[in-house]
Design a protein around this ligand. Structure first.
Ligand code: PEP
Ligand code: MG
Length: 537
């Protein structure tokens, strides 16, 4: 038996066989199969990439107009450019594998573009990377899909959001990762799925572990590999006891969330995809307080169309059977990177081009989302929420854009519902000017994960800083108090959708601050309802 530790992400006991998740090797490590073969593979990959770009042009022209489709034509021409082709061939001739040659040429030419004076040409650096990534993807052997034959414990080095979206979630009993932080999106996903999980475990995700029995204690932050009989017996008994306690929470199912003195709080759930609605209903949440739209963009090779977004939002609205949903527009960037966005490498991505900054500068990305949101609102109660706000001007631009979208849909005769607009308060700037912002919108939801990161100047992803990351810091709590007060002064409601909202040691504090809504992982709803109903406040 080996006993080890990790940081506890979500409480509970899981027992089952290990499945080790191995990342696909980086394509740039490929070996050359000889210049001739590599050249033939490169030529074929270019043809496939050109066909993909032509299809993208058609799709974009149809959905967004010729003007927005032009970029795919420009990329196709860049792919045919002799500088690009000759440089790749020269690298192949000197013994480099095609996949690596394309990557290197792409990086080299992107750097040349980035160094140009003309801002139009500078912007082509991102296109160059995008083209190279497309060809690399075509040249890379298909990654074998990760499968699990039976329920088990997933052990991995670390998992990025686009990997987690592709996992066979119904088979996972627990996550144990060597890397990852308590605030990473993988940890958020584990909480969303109610899975006892550990990050930063002292464990190598070696294939030799496959099939070995493991016990995970997500509360204590421990695991046991090949446990002895006594441990197995003890932990099985503990698991049964916890399940009984969970059973007792069932008394709160369907009950209103109201304190003894009559203060009502809405208990909503956080989700990423339509499939998560099942967990919302099982968890007895009163609605969805945060649908992270970026999950609709992860694990794909191209942007979702308006129709795909609409179908996803529609499935959520319909699935919720009358309960409301707060749809947050995409918050890509920072820790959630997607290759096809072709975003430039940034020194400080958490402080960079992310969230609303992308939407406000990329009509082609913002428009399909807002159109899909307004269309889905024809079927139920929908709120739209915008991330990473720092100014009143941004909010006014969003409102003007939304008006344009509504008018557009009307002209086209498409069904379009009422959407209340709100913002995330997750930057200290937004918290400080929350009184002004409250005059512009219909609700606030506090993103405590980012608000803590930006207030304390601590990267939420940096695992070495966990001991400094204090979400109970008086500065964070003071901002939270101020935000609720300013919202109420202007007559709007305020909620919390960051992880702190589920912290039972702060429930009383949030009640005193007057928060109207808490949006948490679906599995935490009943526990928090019990806490609120038992509160004297
Ligand atoms: C937050 O920042 O608290 C939040 C809810 O948004 P995300 O975790 O997706 O950044
Ligand atoms: Mg955030």
């Amino acid at each position: 038996m080996k006993q080890g530790t990790g940081k506890a992400v979500y409480p509970g006991i899981a027992i089952g066989p290990v499945y080790v998740y191995q990342k696909a090797a980086a394509p740039v490590q490929a070996q050359s199969c000889g210049a001739e073969k590599e050249k033939a593979a490169f030529d074929a990959a270019c043809e496939t990439a050109k066909a993909q770009l032509a299809a993208l042009y058609e799709k974009a022209a149809k959905e967004l107009g010729e003007e927005h489709a032009q970029i795919f034509d420009v990329q196709r021409m860049m792919l045919e450019d002799l500088d690009f082709l000759e440089d790749v061939e020269a690298r192949i001739n000197s013994g480099t594998a095609a996949v690596q040659a394309v990557h290197e040429t792409g990086e080299m030419l992107a750097a040349v573009f980035a160094g140009m004076e003309d801002s139009y040409l500078q912007a082509r650096a991102a296109d160059m990377r995008d083209i190279a990534a497309r060809v690399v993807k075509v040249l890379s052997p298909e990654e074998a899909a990760f499968t699990m034959d039976e329920p088990g414990i997933l052990v991995a080095d670390d998992l990025n959001p686009s990997e987690t979206v592709q996992l066979p979630k119904d088979k996972i009993l627990a996550f144990v990762t060597k890397g990852g932080s308590l605030n990473s999106h993988t940890a958020i996903l584990a909480r969303m799925m109610n899975l006892p999980s550990l990050v930063q475990a002292d464990l190598e995700p070696d294939e030799a572990l496959n099939g070995k029995i493991m016990i995970v204690d997500g509360k204590k932050g421990c695991y046991w590999l090949e446990p002895d009989e006594k441990t197995l017996e003890e932990k099985t008994a503990q698991q049964a006891k916890e399940q009984k306690e969970k059973q007792a929470l069932e008394a709160y199912r369907g009950k209103p969330t109201v304190t003894k003195k009559g203060q009502t709080v809405k208990l909503y759930a956080n989700i990423g995809k339509p499939e998560d609605v099942k967990a919302v209903l099982e968890g007895d949440a009163e609605g969805v307080g945060l649908m992270r739209s970026e999950f609709l963009y992860l694990g794909r090779t191209d942007f979702p169309t308006e129709e795909e977004l609409y179908e996803a939002y529609r499935d959520v609205v319909v699935g919720l059977q009358g309960r409301p949903v707060v749809i947050r527009t995409l918050d890509i960037g920072a820790d959630k990177q997607v290759d096809y966005f072709g975003l430039e490498h940034e020194e400080n991505p958490a402080l960079g081009y992310r969230g609303i900054r992308i939407c406000l500068t990329r009509d082609d990305i913002f428009r399909p989302q807002m159109r899909a949101i307004y269309r889905a609102a024809a079927l139920g109660k929908v709120y739209a929420m915008f991330p990473m706000i720092i100014s009143v001007q941004e909010v006014r631009k969003i409102k003007a854009f939304c008006e344009k979208i509504q008018a557009e849909l009307k002209v086209e005769g498409l069904p379009c519902g009422e959407v209340e607009l709100g913002i995330m308060i997750e930057t200290p700037a937004a918290a400080v000017i929350s009184r002004e912002l409250a005059k512009e919108v219909q609700f606030f939801s506090v993103g405590t994960n980012d608000l803590t990161q930006y207030t304390l100047a601590i990267d939420r992803q940096n695992t070495n800083l966990d001991e400094f990351y204090d979400a109970h810091h008086p500065a964070v709590l003071e901002l939270l108090r101020m935000i609720a007060e300013n919202a109420h002064k202007e007559g709007i409601w305020a909620g919390i959708c960051g992880e702190l909202g589920a912290d039972p040691t702060l429930t009383e504090t949030f009640l005193q601050m007057g928060y109207d809504e808490l949006s948490v992982s679906p599995g935490r709803v009943l526990e928090l309802r019990k806490k609120i109903c038992e509160s004297e406040g």
